[in-house]
Ligand binder design. Sequence first.
Ligand SMILES: Nc1ncnc2c1ncn2[C@@H]1O[C@H](COP(=O)(O)OP(=O)(O)OP(=O)(O)O)[C@@H](O)[C@H]1O
Ligand SMILES: [Mg+2]
Length: 228
Amino acid sequence: MTLVLNDVTVSRGVGPVISHVSLEVKPGDIVALVGPNGAGKTSLLESLSGVIRPSAGSIVMNDLDITKISRRRRSTAGLQHVEQGRMIFPSLTVRENLRLTAKTKADIDESLALFPELEKRINNPTVLLSGGEQQMVVLARAFAAKPKYLLLDEMSLGLAPVVFMRLLPVIQQIAKQGVGVLLVEQFAHLALKIASDAMVITSGKVSYHGTPKKLLSDEDLLRKSYMG
Ligand SMILES: Nc1ncnc2c1ncn2[C@@H]1O[C@H](COP(=O)(O)OP(=O)(O)OP(=O)(O)O)[C@@H](O)[C@H]1O
Ligand SMILES: [Mg+2]
């Protein structure tokens, strides 16, 4: 039971933006993926979820080779991707947003239990919610799909760190329920605090793979992971 990226190369435009990258996410893991702007983090997540196809290498989810299957089938098989900058559907209510991915009422109730503060907003159009609340809806909606693996791309974009911090214990709670999480974050310090494994990607290549603790204690390496 693992989500595996096996020696994957992704090409865009003129050349490779991901070169020979391998990584593993197990159920219950939170793998933090950090790196400077343009390093290839989003491209890596997009190759996992099927937005783009790798030019070499393979992707395996729980022993099923998903390299060549469609995005929709990967999602049905249990892979949920929260894309960078993708928000809620603003005119839909919180409940309607959750219904988009939930199969049953129990799925909706379980995802609302992650964020009790959303209950009183359940029939409000999400456009009326704060940025932080909207990201709660995004995360709750991804969880309502009952994923086996969750790919989260910069959920903190446009949020103050203190607002983003509200999401962190919930991501931990989701992982505790056996979901494997791959967490891409600009606030690397915060992401590394809840991560079980850490990876730095620079210019499309893995420049660090190890414990979050070691990365947090290495100022030089950490600075490079922000600045390149
Ligand atoms: N649709 C696209 N077409 C062509 N090149 C692209 C496309 N999207 C991204 N790129 C290029 O691929 C490289 C990796 O970009 P990517 O968005 O994966 O990086 P990132 O690490 O997610 O960056 P950021 O921190 O800014 O989100 C960059 O050089 C970028 O310019
Ligand atoms: Mg990105």
